[in-house]
Design a protein around this ligand. Sequence first.
Ligand code: PEP
Ligand code: MN
Length: 337
Amino acid sequence: MLIRMRSGATESDVDYVTRRVHSLGLSTHVTRGDGQVFISLLGDLSALDYPALEGLRGVESVTNPQRSFRLTSRDFEARDTIVAVENLQIGGEQVVVMAGPCAVESRNQLLETAQQIRESGAQLLRGGAFKPRTSPYSFQGLAEEGLELLAEAREATGLRVVTEVMTSEHVELVGRYADILQIGTRNMQNFMLLSEVGQSGMPVLLKRGMSATVEELLLSAEYIMARGNHRVILCERGIRTFETATRNTLDLAAVPVLKELTHLPVVVDPSHGTGRATLVKPMSRAAVASGADGLLIEVHPDPETALSDGPQSLSPRQFADLMVEVSAVAAAVGRWL
Ligand code: PEP
Ligand code: MN
């Protein structure tokens, strides 16, 4: 169990709380990071009076990871986790940008996009080779041929590659070409697939289920981590609500909420989160201001002809403009792009 102290809590508050906990026959482990103090409680917690602890001087919140998530929690690791992909660090000071088409459609489309997003400052190329489409009659992706094109684009540009894996059987195949395995919103609770990518040891971009709570997202991350793979990056990509003005409701409050609960990096996908190209730049700015560690943005050389997600895709020129504006926001919050 984890007690999070208020940001203004004094050493005497921390002392007071730990003494109270010790008087209950429990031991404590205090961790400090970024001006925050966390007190982990160890021992038999079965008879613990949570509201009483919540009322103690200087206490911000009390969470019990034994009742839900553990390895993902700040109780397990108070400091921010950095997921390294070669020399790229996700979750550090740099805000990383993953950009590219919704789907890999052709060699020209992919290589042109890769070249242009790299010039604008992106670090990772995204693009689906296996596409989870709502209709079986929609373009399903180029499968392994798409993966080969991603590898070629990686070779040509030096960009790292993030791409979706939809089934356990494909983890090995996709892992041969990708630097980061993406788990899509529709598969967030495909527990066999989560265990399989957990086994792979590769970095995983875990997208929030479109109807999933923050706690369910963390429990899915827990499946991956429980297999010994701690290289998990969470992604807020919008949830379903009654609102129809946007494709999904981008839950930006989830970013600081996740930052409180977990040490894992959090990226935001304003493309699926809004479904509309005109909203991608303002929500990217907002995402970075809210503390996101990265952005996932769909870019297509000719969005009008895209085989999937054209209405939310930016042209390379719009993407270049976004990068300039988002850089200014990053600088304002002590980060860089
Ligand atoms: C995608 O990234 O193109 C995608 C299919 O995302 P999601 O799973 O969030 O819908
Ligand atoms: Mn898409």
